[in-house]
Design a binder for this molecule. Structure first.
Ligand code: A2P
Length: 292
């Protein structure tokens, strides 16, 4: 899916159901539930981010919500000028649990709808014999929230093709899969499946938890383009048609991570980054992660 846009600060992609998602998104994982998180989120909006990626599991939705309100107020923006994502954690991964999680997150964030709601991790066979049914029951609740207009788009996170397949047969197919994606960990099979099925891909840990910032190949490329290694990683992701969700607690780096639309990486350098060996990987997959 190509990233297309209007300005050189914030671009958008259009999801299968016509909803436009601003690129990049600002990630809120690991922000503490205190005023520093509110400040970081408000700074992100003031810098130009129009997409905030949240989750119940991050346990900071109250502070993030305060930051969203502060950012909107100081920029003279309205709620519908920004795109907010929420996620349902595995402990609420069921039909009833989805509604419970949705109500709690919406209340904590102080919002009345999500632009996008994701199943945070799929149920997988290594922990659940009835994994397909758990995912389908959860998805039925997602589809109802969508039908009621309480979420503008629905999707998943960390799903591999085998988890996506069951949901693709339902009436409303997922529009997004948010996965770990960065130089050194490309998940080509999942990205190809998503491309074929018109599912937009978002990248969590786009800098490989910061580990890719010291990679010698990326450093050398960054030097030639006059850009930071973070900007090279994020631009490489965008050129793959994937939506990066950089997170930073520093105002200067939040701004730096948005300045990725005034240059392009040529095909030779793209290939050199594509070819980097496995690196910066979290080690987590839906097949090995333990929630029980
Ligand atoms: P900080 O919050 O101090 O900026 P990832 O998103 O891949 O998990 O990486 C997140 C890490 O990368 C955080 O430790 C964050 O630290 C750091 N980071 C984010 N943006 C930049 C940047 N532009 N330059 C250097 N480090 C960055």
């Amino acid at each position: 899916m190509a990233v297309t846009g209007e300005s050189d600060i914030m671009e958008t992609i259009t999801l299968r159901n016509g909803v436009r998602m601003p690129v990049p998104g600002y990630g809120t994982y690991k922000l503490p539930d205190d005023p520093s998180a509110s400040e970081a989120v408000a700074d992100a909006i003031r810098c130009g981010y129009r997409h905030i990626d949240c989750a119940a599991f991050y346990k900071n939705e109250k502070s993030v919500g305060d930051g969203i309100r502060d950012g909107l107020r100081t920029c003279g923006l309205r709620r519908d000028d920004i795109f907010v994502t929420g996620k349902v954690w595995v402990s609420d991964r069921s039909y009833e649990g989805t509604f419970r999680s949705f109500r709690r997150s919406i209340e904590d964030l102080g919002l009345d709808y999500f632009d996008l709601l994701l199943i945070h991790w799929p149920a997988d066979i290594h922990e659940h014999e009835d994994w397909e049914q758990i995912n389908l029951d959860t998805w039925r609740a997602f589809s109802e929230l969508y039908g009621k207009g309480l979420v503008r788009a629905i999707g998943v996170s960390n799903f591999h093709p085998k988890h996506l397949e069951a949901l693709m047969k339902t009436e409303i197919a997922p529009t997004v899969d948010q996965i770990e994606f960065h130089p050194g960990y490309m998940q080509t099979e999942t990205v190809e499946y998503c491309r074929t099925n018109v599912i937009a891909v978002e990248a969590w840990s786009p800098l490989g938890r910061g580990k890719m910032l010291d990679d010698p190949v990326i450093k050398e490329i960054a030097g030639r383009y006059g850009k930071s290694t973070a900007q090279i990683c994020l631009r490489w992701i965008v050129q793959h048609g994937v939506v990066p969700l950089p997170k930073s607690s520093s105002a200067a780096r939040i701004k730096e991570n948005l300045e990725i639309f005034d240059f392009a990486i040529d095909s030779e350098d793209m290939k050199r980054i594509d070819d980097l060996p496995l690196s910066g990987w979290s080690g987590h997959t839906p097949e090995n992660i333990k929630f029980k």
